[in-house]
Design a protein around this ligand. Structure first.
Ligand SMILES: [Zn+2]
Length: 772
């Protein structure tokens, strides 16, 4: 039979009539529909504005206690004839509806693929700009934040301005001073490489007797370069005694991720990496043949480091990584490195250790293998490797000829074909957070940001939602059948004692605190590389100096970097953090219905709370100490549940790149996503019980509950370049956006109920996984 356009569709399993468009609508072309929707939204906007103006703001004014949403009465729009009761027509609601409509593709059955239903329009209509690797709702908000920061840092330095703000502006100006940077060419790079000991392939008379890898580490530390290229060194919180700090040595982060390097020299990313090494060396003056050979040897050395580094999958068990030993024991076990001297040379002079100091060796096997490898490796290879790393880390601060090589290389890894605008790069340098425990200018930028842009009303609303969502997590804990009462009691205690940081700490309003924090740091407005090296040295000194200081878990400094679109759970503090940057836009808006906020920032809040109980977070107790508080039977039940999630996500395939997700590496995030959405949904249901049903959105037929799910999905609308998607799947801990929607939702009974999804549909599979 000839299928007609109607019988060929998804009509038979269409979940509910409310999703179907009327037939005349189906007959419109895409353009006509788009125009109609735009026209409707425009009309509704105008109507709302007219009413708002005519009624002297009464429709828009919000009472003192209703900062998130006007009360239902105030919203009934008796002046507009085109609306039915129960539709919210405030500006906030119209704006919200327009954004949803733009992102969605209503031709997709929400029970087949909810991500395509909610984000299909976004995917179809979004073009990834040449200077971006991906487009996400996070990224769009980030761009806005960058613009706000740009305005702040481009304002001229005022004579009486506190020094921390001058530092930020100077760093930004030194980065923007392109003509100076261009006029210097590769000179600053050649000079600094000489000071660091010289890159052998650039030095015809390089003398191997002048080089030891250990001396190179000392020199790097002194000049503001990373001292972590051979062995990672840090001063960090002691995970078993989390009010104290301890020294930790670990395998290093490599120049190209382990996941690529271990595939061998024929892998396209590895080839591109080698090409980048050679081209950079040649540009700095090396002979091409020498560069090809030398960097090939260095790459083989780095590949060996990759081969015996512990894979990510095996780094999730924190107990396995906790290997305390004294310096004497370390010396006995790994005799080729003079540990006491090595560590004391990295630490500031005022903070020195003796041989009875206990430190943590995260991966002892790495140190063993490293000792063997380095003793068999030609010094020229060692030096070429580490000088390459130093050169590569300086490329961003050089002239365009050098930066072009970096772009060609990252193009292979991410697909990005152009650099972002200079100002954006320069604001990122100013706002960057550094390696944990180190200080950057993020606190000063954060202070500028919140003083100008943060609306304090967001803080109270977010706090209220945290209370609600924590309560629903506690309710879930009480209902769970697979937990024994002892473990349950400890889990409840942990959830109750979780500290919350919202917006920013009040100290960011005090100039004196910031001045004290940055005491001793200098930034000139015409030495970009010099500034970055200064900042690294300052930040590293700051972190290492803390070795003998007790940990202040509510410290304003580590919680005072609010100019960021992100949220955090800190297992060692047992704390959740929602910086000012994320309390806006698609995540939170006080002028739209609560179901939108619960679906978005509410889900994020639930996600962070659940991190305290994911496969890694659960290894820490209520005080943030690594301690096994699980009764064996409950632990086994927990592990069976995580296994379900590992298997489920591990069998999801990103079609564009034909790669399966890594179920093990993403399990923590997936557990948090699944738990988080459930907590947020339940919290919203109880909000409705207390406050009553909310109005719907104009131009959309969906119920409040349905809009909750649509709002949640909108958080993850995204489009990746294929290279960038591959990079994320191979090296990331988060599942790509599409799976952060499909995974959690398909595990939720209430989702299927709200959209009437039969159990024959992909979004309502029989086998569902969840931990919380
Ligand atoms: Zn997370």
């Amino acid at each position: 039979m000839q299928p007609t356009s109607n019988s060929n569709g998804v009509a038979l399993n269409q979940p509910s009539k409310s999703f179907r468009n009327p037939p005349w609508w189906n007959r419109r072309t895409r353009l006509e529909r788009g125009l109609l929707v735009s026209a409707c939204v425009f009309f509704v906007t105008c109507a709302a504005l007219v009413v708002a103006l005519a009624s002297t703001n009464s429709a828009l004014r919000v009472g003192p206690n209703s900062e998130s949403m006007p009360s239902p009465e105030a919203l009934v729009d008796d002046g507009a004839e085109d609306t039915e009761p129960g539709i919210c027509n405030t500006k906030g609601c119209v704006r919200t509806a327009a954004a949803i409509i733009q992102n969605m593709d209503e031709e997709v059955d929400p029970c087949d693929n909810f991500y395509e239903f909610a984000c299909g329009g976004f995917v179809k209509n979004t073009i990834i700009p040449d200077d971006k690797t991906q487009m996400t709702t996070f990224g769009i908000l980030n761009d806005k934040l960058d613009e706000q920061v740009r305005i702040l840092v481009e304002e001229p330095v005022k004579p009486d301005e506190p020094k921390p703000f001058q530092l930020v502006k100077n760093l930004y100006q030194s980065c923007m001073n392109k003509s100076l940077i261009e006029s210097l060419g590769v000179k600053p790079m050649n000079e600094i490489l000489k000071k660091l000991g010289g890159w052998p392939l650039l030095e015809p008379n390089w003398d191997p007797t002048t080089f030891t890898w250990i001396e190179s580490v000392y020199r790097f530390r002194k000049l503001g370069y990373s001292n972590d290229y051979f062995i990672d060194f840090s001063v960090t919180t002691d995970v078993k005694n989390s009010t104290y700090r301890i020294i930790d040595i670990d395998q290093p982060a490599l120049g190209l991720s382990r996941e690529y390097l271990t595939k061998g020299l024929n892998e396209s990313e590895v080839k591109a990496y080698h090409k980048y090494q050679v081209e950079l060396a040649v540009l700095l003056g090396a002979d091409r043949t020498t560069a090809v050979k030398d960097m090939r040897d260095a790459l083989e050395f780095e590949t060996q480091l990759a081969n015996f580094s512990l894979p990510r999958e095996e780094r999730r068990n924190v107990t396995k990584l906790y290997n305390p030993m004294t310096i004497s024991e370390l010396q006995e076990k790994f005799p080729s490195i003079p540990w006491l001297e090595y560590i004391n040379r990295l630490l500031p002079e005022k903070v020195q250790i003796a041989s009875d100091e206990t430190i943590i060796v995260t991966v002892p096997e790495y140190i063993t293998k490293f000792q063997q490898l380095i003793s068999q490796t030609d010094k020229r290879v060692q030096a070429n490797y580490v000088m390459w790393r130093a050169a590569a880390s300086s490329v961003s601060y050089m002239s365009e000829s050098v930066r072009k090589l970096q772009l060609d290389y990252t193009n292979t890894l991410t697909g990005k074909g152009e650099r972002e605008p200079r100002w954006r790069e320069c604001t990122s340098v100013a706002t960057a957070r550094s390696k944990s425990g180190r200080i950057s200018l993020a606190n000063a930028v954060g202070a500028l940001y919140v003083r100008r842009y943060f609306k304090d009303e967001a803080r109270a609303s977010a706090m209220e939602m945290v209370t609600d969502i924590r309560k629903s997590f506690l309710d879930i804990l009480k209902e769970i059948e697979w937990m024994d009462s002892l473990t349950r009691g400890r889990a409840i205690e942990k959830a109750n004692s979780m500290e919350t940081h919202i917006g920013y700490p009040k100290e960011l309003m005090e100039d004196s605190k910031l001045i004290e924090l940055y005491d001793g740091l200098e930034m000139s407005n015409n030495d970009y590389l010099g500034n970055v090296l200064n900042l690294t040295t300052f930040g590293t000194d700051y972190a290492y100096r803390k070795l003998r200081e007790r940990v202040n878990k509510t410290d304003w400094i580590s919680h005072g970097r609010p100019a960021v679109i992100n949220a955090f759970y800190a297992p060692l503090e047992n704390s959740i953090q929602f910086p000012a940057g994320i309390l806006q836009g698609v995540f939170f808006d006080s002028e739209r219905p609560r179901y939108m906020n619960y679906g978005a920032i509410g889900w994020i809040i639930g996600h962070e709370i659940s991190h305290g109980f994911d496969d890694q977070g659960r290894q820490f107790d209520a005080d943030g100490n690594l301690y096994d508080w699980w009764e064996p039977t409950t632990k086994n039940a927990y592990l069976r549940r995580t296994q379900c999630i590992i298997y489920q996500y591990g069998n999801m395939t990103a079609k564009e790149v034909n790669l399966k997700l890594n179920g093990i590496n993403t399990q923590g995030e997936n557990i948090a996503d699944i738990g988080g959405i459930k907590e947020a949904y339940r919290a919203y249901q109880s909000w409705v019980q207390r406050n009553g049903q909310e109005q719907k959105l104009p131009g959309l037929k969906y119920s409040s509950n349905q809009l909750f799910w649509i709002s949640a999905a909108n958080v993850w609308c995204n489009k990746y370049r294929p290279e960038s998607l591959k990079l994320r799947i191979l090296t990331g801990v988060h599942s790509p956006g599409e799976f952060r929607v499909r995974g959690p939702f398909s595990n939720m009974e209430p989702f299927s109920k709200d959209f009437n999804c039969p159990n024959t549909k992909p979004m309502n599979p029989k086998e569902k996984c969840s931990v919380w």
